[in-house]
Every structure is written in structure tokens, then in C-alpha cells.
Design a protein around this ligand. Structure first.
Ligand code: UD1
Length: 448
């Protein structure tokens, strides 16, 4: 692989379709929908499947663009990826042709960097591009690289690529992070099962998707365990086996639809909601005055008794799990525009994750930014339809929520951002009685 040369100067950014959502608001959403599998668990499991030459079968995988990008990246490496039925992927990484993850893959999706740990651990080398993903902050990968170095890898950075090698096997060690990183934890977690000896990862992210990944690894025969809430320990093995796993439900998708009930004054029932992972959001929704019940895998949010623009203001702060997820902050911000009084949002994880609120302001929301990570929301706002631009996945879903609460028809450009992470979002909104369609150059794309 020494001659794998990244011709990054030939790189052309992919042409993205100029798709937009047309959303007509003012209708309370009512009905029942089923939550899809978690994007942030499924992508890591597809990467984890390269730790063995045997076939892995992963079910409840959401049919989203990021999954398509990850499976395409795997196929480009020579991994066999079958898709026998919707939401089911079978991965056989018997051998690979390439140990090279190009900028083309990385530019589409930050999670492509999840291939660093498993490819390095199993094949002893990989050349991998610095990743892209959402534009919500600097989002470096230094912690991932430091973790691999701690495990004995030699890594050089040239021309935007990491050249990683593990002479012999990786060696188990204590991987100490300066602060919690979800994918940093997961990259270490995907390298350590084939390393020689014992690895301790600390502080390890406590997100439920990490635990779902641990249970998949255990089924593959890995000796991995969360021994304390912030500690994961791994005993390295020579090889892992194929396994089957059902991806946990997506708590961010569930939260997005729960908030849809809140902003439109409707009632939404979610099936397959992972209630035991949603305590922080359920608390915020309750404090805002919504009737919420979440038990086992059924969540119900009823806003009908509250009345329009009559929620209670709430101050929220994002945090690593079990705190309020940063990914649910943008939808929560939309919800709080409908509260009677002043709410404050403190985004502690990413430094640019409030910039998109400029679009929300175009709709009549009164949002005062106090520096890049704090917003003061003066509610309630009578939102008006507008021409809007999506900058990232969660901001996109949040603008749809705002448009559903607004008077008139909004046009929201940049549907491809939303399609990265939400399975058939317009179908689900239509099932709740929303008026939404996806169009490209004036032609209807969905519903077909
Ligand atoms: C994951 C999720 C993302 C979620 C985030 C936080 C996936 C595919 N993405 O992203 O949806 O919003 O967790 O819950 O699972 N950082 C560094 N150096 C690093 C890595 C991270 O400085 O090497 C910083 C980041 O810039 C950020 C903080 O650490 O400020 C936390 O980020 P991290 O937990 O790593 O987020 P991701 O794993 O990238």
C-alpha cells in the first residue's frame, strides 16, 4: 500500500442535486409513525464488520444517504456488501483490494473516518482522508489519531491524508482522552479487539449507540465490556467471527418527530422509540408544558391542550450523554420559539451549531446570539413561511419543523443534507398529516 497515492488535486466536489422541500404549515400533526434504526450506530457497525472475514448481517439499518456512502466506500475497498432486503445489509470483508479511503468518501461523510481503527487493526495499514461531514465547527480528528498512536500505530499526515501503519499487531494500552469524543471512543473500540493484550478506554463516551456497538462486537466474539460508566475495557483476540445484529432505534429521529407534535400543537405517537435513552429530552419537553409519556418503546407527545404559542420557556444546555444531545438542540431551539417568554440555549459541544438560526430569524423568530454558542430566544414567535437554505443535517430537519409551524408555504433548499440522516422524512411527515413535498428544478421527486 506504500504506493497508494492520493491524487487529491484531481478531486472534484460531487455535484449535489438542487433539491428543496416545499412545506405548507399551520396544520397540527397527528398520528403514529415507526422510528427507524439509528444512523450513528449503523454506520459504526458497517465499519466494525471489516474486523472479520466472515459475513455479518446488520438489520434495522436506516435507508439514508450516509449508509449509502458508507456501503459504497466499503465496496470500493473490495468488501462485499449485499442488500438482500430493505434495512438489511450483509457485509463480507474476506479480503480487501485497497486499504485506501479517498477524499471522495470522506468529503461526503465524517463517519468514513470510522474505518481507520478496524482496517488498521485487521490489515496493519490504511491510507485515509481527513473527513468532512456537517459544517458545525472545526471537528478535528486529532483524538482518533492520538488513540491509534497510543495503540502502537505510526501515523503520518501528508496531502490531507493519514498514512497509518501498525508494525506487527496493535498493542493494548490505556487510551486516555482529554475529553469525551463519541467517534474517538468508537475508533479506539474498533481497533482494540484485534490488538495484543488489554486496552482501557477512558473517559469513554456513554452514548447508547456506543453500547449498541459494544453488543455487536460481543456477538462477533470480542472481549469488550463497559466496566464503569466512563470506562470500556477490551481484551484483544487474534480473530473475530461473523455476527447478526439489529440496530437500536434512532433517538434523534424520535426526538425530531416528538418536537414536530410540540411545534404544531398536535399529537404524535412513536413506535420503536428507545425511551430508556431519551430522558433528557423528555424532561425538556415536559418542562415546556407538553404532555409526554415514554415507556419501553412507545413515546407519545400531546400538545393539543397547550394552545398555540403557549409553551413554557426553558433554559437548555447540550452535553455528552446522558445530557441533552447536541443533535437535538436545533429542533429544540425551534420548539422554544413557540414558548411565551425568554428561553436560553447553550450549545456546549460544537462551536458553530447556532449559525443556522439566521434562517429561523428569516421566519420571524427573535433569536439573539450571545457569542457563537449561546442563544436567547424571545418567544412566542408567529412564524411566517420563507425561502430558506439548509446548512447541515439537523439544521435542515429543524427548518422543516419551523416551516410546519409557520403560516404559508416555505421553500427549503438543500434537501440532500437531510437525506443524509433521515429515512424517508417526507413520507413520515405525510403520514402525520403534514403538507410536504420534495422537488428538483420544479419537478416533484417525492412523494412519487
Ligand atoms: C458524534 C455524532 C454526532 C454528534 C456528536 C456529539 C456520529 C457519526 N456523529 O460526532 O452526530 O453530534 O457525536 O454527540 O456518530 N473533537 C476534537 N478532536 C477529535 C474529535 C472531536 O477536538 O479528534 C471535538 C469536537 O470538535 C467536538 C467534541 O470534540 O467539539 C465532541 O465531538 P465528538 O463527540 O467527537 O463528535 P463526533 O464523534 O464527531
Amino acid at each position: 500500500m506504500a504506493d497508494a497515492r492520493p491524487f487529491h488535486w484531481e478531486y472534484q466536489p460531487p455535484a449535489v442535486p438542487r433539491e428543496r422541500y416545499l412545506v405548507t404549515g399551520g396544520q397540527p400533526l397527528e398520528g403514529t409513525i415507526k422510528v427507524s434504526g439509528a444512523k450513528n450506530a449503523a454506520l459504526k457497525m458497517l465499519a466494525a464488520a471489516t474486523l472479520t472475514g466472515e459475513r455479518c448481517r446488520i438489520t434495522n439499518v436506516p435507508e439514508i444517504e450516509d449508509v449509502r456512502a458508507m456501503t459504497e466506500t466499503l465496496r470500493d475497498l473490495g468488501v462485499v456488501v449485499d442488500h438482500p432486503e430493505p434495512n438489511c445489509y450483509e457485509v463480507s470483508a474476506g479480503d480487501v483490494d485497497w486499504l485506501f479511503v479517498p477524499l471522495e468518501a470522506a468529503a461526503k461523510m465524517r463517519a468514513s473516518f470510522m474505518l481507520l481503527g478496524p482496517l488498521l487493526a485487521r490489515f496493519g495499514e490504511v491510507v485515509i482522508s481527513n473527513p468532512g461531514g456537517d459544517r458545525i465547527g472545526r471537528r478535528p480528528v486529532d483524538l482518533h489519531v492520538d488513540a491509534m498512536r497510543a495503540l502502537g500505530a505510526q501515523i503520518d499526515y501528508r496531502y490531507g491524508y493519514y498514512y497509518a501503519k501498525a508494525p506487527g499487531r496493535l498493542r493494548g494500552t490505556e487510551v486516555r482522552f482529554p475529553f469525551v469524543s463519541v467517534m474517538g471512543t468508537e475508533n479506539a473500540l474498533l481497533a482494540a479487539p484485534l490488538a495484543e493484550g488489554h486496552t482501557v478506554i477512558r473517559p469513554a463516551a456513554q452514548e447508547p449507540e456506543v453500547d449498541d456497538l459494544i453488543s455487536f462486537l460481543q456477538k462477533m466474539g470480542a472481549a469488550v465490556e463497559r466496566t464503569y460508566p466512563d470506562t470500556i475495557e477490551v481484551d484483544g483476540k487474534r480473530r473475530l467471527r461473523g455476527a447478526e445484529h439489529k440496530v437500536m432505534p434512532d433517538r434523534i429521529e424520535a426526538g425530531t418527530f416528538a418536537i414536530a407534535a410540540g411545534v404544531t400543537g398536535g399529537r404524535v405517537v412513536l413506535e420503536d422509540a428507545a425511551c430508556d435513552t431519551m430522558a433528557a429530552l423528555v424532561e425538556v419537553l415536559g418542562r415546556a408544558g407538553l404532555a409526554v409519556s415514554c415507556q419501553k418503546d412507545r413515546m407519545e407527545v400531546d400538545a393539543r391542550a397547550v394552545g398555540p404559542r403557549n409553551l413554557t420557556p426553558v433554559d437548555v444546555e447540550t452535553a455528552a450523554y446522558p445530557g441533552l444531545a447536541t443533535d437535538i438542540q436545533p429542533p429544540t431551539t425551534v420548539l422554544l420559539t413557540q414558548a411565551r417568554g425568554v428561553s436560553r440555549v447553550h450549545e456546549t459541544i460544537f462551536e458553530d451549531r447556532l449559525e443556522w438560526t439566521a434562517e429561523l430569524a428569516k421566519m420571524g423568530a427573535r433569536i439573539e446570539l450571545k457569542g457563537p454558542q449561546r442563544a436567547v430566544i424571545h418567544g412566542p414567535a408567529e412564524l411566517q413561511a420563507a425561502e430558506l437554505d439548509i446548512s447541515d443535517l439537523r439544521a435542515g430537519a429543524s427548518l422543516i419543523l419551523a416551516a410546519l409551524a409557520a403560516d404559508g408555504t416555505s421553500s427549503i433548499l438543500g434537501a440532500h443534507h437531510v437525506r443524509r440522516g433521515y429515512e424517508n422524512i417526507e413520507r413520515k411527515f405525510l403520514d402525520l398529516g403534514a403538507r410536504i413535498e420534495r422537488v428538483q428544478e420544479g419537478e416533484l421527486v417525492s412523494p412519487a
